[in-house]
Design a protein around this ligand. Sequence first.
Ligand SMILES: [Zn+2]
Length: 238
Amino acid sequence: MKYKCPICTDSQWPLKQVGSSFHILEEQCVIGAGSRLQKCHGCSSTDRDRLVFVYLRDYLRVFSAECGIKTILHVAPEHCIAQWFLEQKDISYMPIDSKEHGYEYQDYIMEMNVLDLDIQSNSVDLVICNHVLQDIEEDSKALGEINRVLKPGGKAILQVPISNSADHIIEDPTVKDYSGREAMFGQRFHCRIYNESGFIHRVSAVGFDVETISISDQYSDCSLNPLEKLFVANKHHD
Ligand SMILES: [Zn+2]
C-alpha cells in the first residue's frame, strides 16, 4: 500500500491501531467505528479525519484565498485539522468543545456546548461536526442549533458511524452506563447507532437538505474507508 497523508504528508506504513472492537459493530456492519489500522504516525489522523480534510481542501476549497467560506464552527475539533485552520489568517475559526473534567483539551479550544451555542443566528458559513452527534443524547437539539447559527446557504459536514445493515436507528435512552452502551452501541460514549436513512431523516427534520457524497475512491493513497460517505447538510436559502 502506497500511503501519503493528505494532512501531514507522512508516509509510514502500516498505520497505527485506533478504536475498539465490539461485537455489535460487526453484527450491524458499522462504517466508521471499531478497531482498525488507520491512525497516521505523523498527525494521528484517522481515516474519518482524512476524508473530511480532503473534502474541505479539494471540494469546498477552504484553504484557497478566493473561497467564500470565512466563518467556521468546528465542534470537538480534531487537532490535525484544527492546526490547518489556525494558520488561516482570513478565516474566523471557532473550535469549541464541552470540556469535561478529567480530560485534556488544546488551549485554543473554546468552552461551548453545541446544545446551546453562544453564536448569533445566521452568522456561520460552515460547521464541521465529525463523529460527535452519536455521543449526544439530544442530537435533534444539537442539529437545530447548528441549523440556527448557519447562514442561509451554509453547510454542515455531519459525520457519524453508520450501520450498513440496520433498517432503523438503534437507540435506547434508558441505557446510560458504559458497559450497556458498549454492548448496545459499540462505544461507551455512544447513545445510538444510526442507519443511513434514519440519520438523513433526523437531519432533514430540523430543516436541512442532506447530500450524501462518496469521494473515497479518488484518494487511493490516503487510506480512506471506501464505504464511508460524507453527509453534508445544506441550510435553505429562504
Ligand atoms: Zn498524517
